[in-house]
Structures are given as C-alpha cells and as structure tokens.
Design a protein. Structure first.
Length: 110
C-alpha cells in the first residue's frame, strides 16, 4: 500500500503536470490495496474503482500470504475497508456478495 500512496502523492505534488482530480483503480487482484490507499488518501482522491474479485481476508489460509493483514477480519474485512473510503465516490466491481458491500455502504448514506 505504501507504493500506492507514494504514487498518489507524486501525482498530487507534481510541479510540471497539474491535476484536478485523482482516480484510483484497483483491478486484477489489487482491489484491497487500492481500497486501503483510498481510505488513507481520501482528502486527495476524487474517485475509486475497486474490483474485489470476491476477495476476503478471512478466506486466506496462511499468515505468510502476501495479502494477509493482521486484524482485517476482526474489523470487518473488505466491506469495512470499502466503507472507510467514504466520502470518496466508489465503483465496486466483481463483488461475489454485492449485498454485503451495499449494506455497509448504504448504512453510511452512499
């Protein structure tokens, strides 16, 4: 996630190329990283496109998995991570359980 935040900061602070809006996209297995980056940088990110692929931290079988985040399941897994992105406009794609994400986002008025 640090790399994603570094890219966002570079785009925001670039001297030569000015940008009005930043859109963060997480596709093909990077949806959870993009969601975490948007949650951390929501003051500068205008939109997010997150393809979860149905991924859940709770489905991981090994603590050495590259996607393992301690406490992610305890604090709501991917739906909660997406909710932390509020008030950024999000488009969630490839969600295996769309009702779960819609419930979390709907409870926040999104």
């Amino acid at each position: 996630m640090r790399d994603a935040l570094t890219v966002i900061a570079m785009i925001r602070d670039h001297d030569k190329y000015h940008t009005d809006q930043i859109l963060v996209a997480g596709l093909e297995g990077s949806g959870q990283v993009a969601a975490a980056a948007v949650a951390q940088a929501k003051s500068v990110v205008a939109q997010g496109v997150i393809a979860t692929g149905g991924f859940r931290f709770g489905s991981l079988k090994d603590v050495w998995d590259v996607n393992f985040v301690p406490g992610a399941v305890k604090y709501g897994d991917v739906p909660a991570l997406l909710a932390l992105c509020a008030p950024v406009s999000l488009k969630v794609l490839d969600e295996a359980k769309p009702g779960e994400v819609e419930f979390v986002l709907g409870s926040l008025g999104q």
